[in-house]
Write a protein that binds this ligand. Structure first.
Ligand code: NAG
Length: 245
């Protein structure tokens, strides 16, 4: 910057030199403006580069993911082969970032519940005496729950209530503290911090792989759990019974 100032002063001084020295300064003058221009240009470029470095990123990076408006669902994982990004009804089209995160949060949570439901179905029907401490005669999709006494069910519902309350406080903006129905800016959908075995990878690529596996298993489990409900309601038999066990 100092250099640019000196150069421009030299340029203007040369411009005001009197007539007699004009001829001798002609050569000087013809070169000086380009040198000044170059210096000014270099200075401007240098300042611009500095501005770019200082600029804040628009979206924060969480678990190696930075929202990208140009990618489907802001570049969140889950576009898995063979279908790739699959959204024929366009649920995620034109949604804002918070809407996209909410869709993924719902998908992950439904997937997790369905994975537990699928396993729970088989356990609840094959070993009810261990699961409930009593024998039950109905299948799960055909009134098993009313058959189980409230004293047994209460701990289950309490556990759901507590875990849902924890999830809400981790992931969601408190009512009255901002827009309602909004996930926190620094919350990654599904990352409620529950990882007792320390399985969460630290690198971005490993995290995406694990996300893709969880999402795949969750999607499969949603179909499986729905299929089990429908199957039991069609013929009234338990799933293992249907399979011939
Ligand atoms: C937990 O149960 C209480 C009492 O019924 C209820 O007010 C609260 O909304 C429940 N919390 C969640 C997250 O379901």
């Amino acid at each position: 910057m100092k250099l640019a100032l000196i150069a421009s002063l030299a340029g203007s001084a040369a411009a005001f030199t009197s007539a007699p020295v004009k001829s001798s300064s002609a050569l000087y003058m013809s070169e000086t403006p380009t040198a000044v221009e170059e210096t000014v240009e270099e200075t401007v470029v240098a300042i611009e580069e500095e501005i770019v470095v200082v600029e804040e990123p628009k979206y924060m990076t969480i678990n190696g993911w930075t929202a990208d408006e140009n990618k489907p669902l802001y570049g969140l994982p889950g576009a898995i082969a063979p279908l790739g990004f699959f959204d024929p009804l366009g649920f995620s089209k034109d949604v804002e970032l918070t809407g996209a995160k909410r869709l993924r949060e719902a998908e992950i949570m439904h997937g997790r519940v369905a994975m537990m439901a699928t396993v729970g179905y088989l356990i609840g029907e094959s070993t009810p005496t261990i699961t409930y401490g009593m024998d039950v005669h109905h299948t799960i999709a055909n009134n098993q729950i009313p058959e189980v006494p409230g004293t047994v069910l209460f701990p289950f519902f309490l556990a759901i209530n507590i875990s849902e309350a924890l999830r809400a406080s981790r992931g969601w903006v408190e009512p009255g503290m901002g827009p309602v129905f909004t996930l926190r800016e620094n919350y990654y959908p599904g990352d409620i911090g529950f990882d007792p075995l320390g399985l969460k990878p630290n690198d971005a690529e490993g995290f995406v792989n694990m996300q893709n596996r969880e999402i795949s298993n969750g999607r499969l489990a949603m179909f499986a759990a729905a299929g089990m409900c429908v199957q039991e309601q069609i013929n009234g038999k338990g799933i293992l019974e249907n399979l011939g066990f």
